[in-house]
Design a protein around this ligand. Structure first.
Ligand code: AMP
Length: 331
């Protein structure tokens, strides 16, 4: 099944402790599509200016991304300049030049309006709402946002919450939006305003998925080298939505699997600047990394784990703890 993504198609200039990249391909929709295209057909809607190096989007088209909804407008392309210091979870925005984005009104081509999965990537929430007015009965609508919009378009963002099934945002954004420092409280605040699912990303510390009655956590893949965290969140969303669209299964169990695929995609995105690593991805790479994720959290013993503990302690020469210990501790 198809995923429609509407978001920024940017030129990024990024500095990390490991190097810098000037005027490379970036943008929330670009990273999303670069991940999702490995799983399902993608339709992209966005805007670029006259200065955009369109030839650098050709690999996306080669991977089956339909770019017929990408408008070219007179003026300068959206440009984001950011820096990461040693805390790679924290992007510092040095400059946001909206350029053609400031007059952008998304027009969803008729052929895209029936997309069953819709991702409103990080753009002005007013535009995200305009997209929703143009799509016809999608099965799942998800959105993303960032501090820039939480500060400048808070009211619109809260209206948007009432119209989406799922929102992804990072922990800092969740705290800023909800004015709650505890993430469980922040998730509840968001769930009370509409979405059925809230995914709170914590960068190299993994991601939580909250529903009204469950919490799921996936760790981040422990990479030895993280080159450039830009786009990790959008790539996570691309993997997550791409997997749901590919399987067409919206059960809670499948949403949990989708979080793992999203985490795998996020981990690839940060291995190189821009969307380079994502574009070079093979099905084997993806399969191996998803397998590594399963290994990361696999534990033998299941529910019997605790009951085995006294035996293990005895075998190791330690003092066995009584079987009733958990209850005793509770008291
Ligand atoms: P993330 O996945 O959160 O790291 O998103 C990174 C991408 O977001 C970059 O490629 C930027 O071009 C894009 N971006 C930065 N600021 C904005 C903004 N205000 N609106 C839309 N996209 C943005």
């Amino acid at each position: 099944m198809t995923v429609l993504v509407v978001g920024s198609v940017a030129i990024d200039s990024v500095e990390t402790p490991f190097g810098r990249a000037d005027r490379v391909v970036g943008g929330s929709a670009t990273f999303f599509a670069s991940a999702a295209c490995h799983l399902t057909p993608v339709q992209l809607v966005g805007v670029i200016g006259e200065d955009y190096p369109v030839e650098r989007l050709a690999p996306l088209a080669d991977h089956g991304v339909d770019l017929s909804g990408l408008e070219r407008a007179p003026g300068e392309s959206f440009h984001w300049r950011g820096r990461y210091r040693h805390d790679l979870n924290q992007a510092e925005t040095l400059e946001t030049r909206l350029g053609v984005f400031s007059h952008f009104r998304p027009k969803i081509p008729p052929a895209f309006r029936r997309a069953p999965f819709v991702f409103l990537a990080n753009i002005d929430p007013r535009l995200q709402l305009e997209v929703l007015a143009q799509v016809e009965a999608p099965r799942l609508v998800a959105c993303d946002t960032m501090n820039f919009w939480i500060e400048s378009r808070r009211g619109d963002l809260i209206s948007l919450l009432g119209r989406v099934d799922l929102i992804t945002l990072n922990d800092g954004e969740a705290r800023q939006l909800t004015e709650r420092s505890n993430l469980v409280h922040a998730a509840r605040w968001i769930l009370e305003r509409g979405p059925r699912y809230v995914i709170i990303k914590k960068g190299e510390n993994g991601a939580f998925m909250f529903t009204r009655d469950s919490t799921f956590f996936a760790p981040a893949y422990p990479l030895e080298t993280i080159f450039d965290p830009t786009g990790a969140g959008d790539s996570f969303a691309g993997g997550f939505m791409g997997y749901l669209a590919r399987t067409g299964d919206l059960s809670d169990a499948n949403l949990r699997r989708a979080v793992i695929v999203g985490s795998a995609m996020g981990s690839f995105a940060v291995e190189r600047f821009s969307n380079e690593r994502l574009l070079a991805l093979t099905p084997d790479d993806l399969e191996r990394r998803v397998g590594a994720f399963r290994e990361l959290v696999a534990v033998e013993g299941g529910a019997a784990l605790w009951r085995q503990a006294p035996t293990l302690a005895r075998a190791a020469g330690g003092t066995p703890r009584p079987e009733t210990q958990p209850d005793a501790e509770r008291r």
